[in-house]
Design a protein around this ligand. Structure first.
Ligand code: AMP
Length: 112
């Protein structure tokens, strides 16, 4: 998608600190970190959010979560929070599906 910031990061048009990439997804450091470790894991395919995903996206959705586990393991992170905001009312500001992988501080529950 031409005006999507995450699509531009994936294509290399916009610079970011990419820390992981495979055939399905890219992971990079969040510009405005909310925890000592705050990584965004995004599918290479432009999908607006989880609600917009279809049956044919099942593989990529699974790959995103497996990438999160792999990134955590590679960085010796045992405890982490994996969050996907779905829709503006839930805090989604970038309309390209992404998981926030956050670690390195205590997290409250229920989430704020
Ligand atoms: P959300 O509010 O759940 O849609 O999360 C979007 C996240 O993208 C926020 O945490 C932003 O800080 C982050 N973000 C926006 N633009 C960039 C960028 N160019 N590079 C890295 N992170 C970004």
């Amino acid at each position: 998608m031409t005006d999507c910031i995450f699509c531009k990061i994936i294509s290399g048009e916009v610079k970011s600190q990419i820390i992981y990439e495979d055939d399905f997804c890219v992971a990079f450091k969040d510009l405005n970190p909310q925890a000592p470790t705050h990584i965004l894991i995004v599918p290479k395919k432009h999908i607006e959010n989880i609600a917009a995903a279809g049956e044919d996206d099942a593989l990529v959705l699974g790959k995103l979560q497996l990438a999160a586990a792999k990134i955590a393991k590679e960085n010796n992170i045992k405890d982490f929070r994996l969050v996907a905001n779905n829709g503006k009312g839930a805090g989604q500001s970038v309309m390209h599906l992404h998981y926030h992988l956050m670690a390195g501080r205590r997290f409250l529950w229920p989430a704020g």
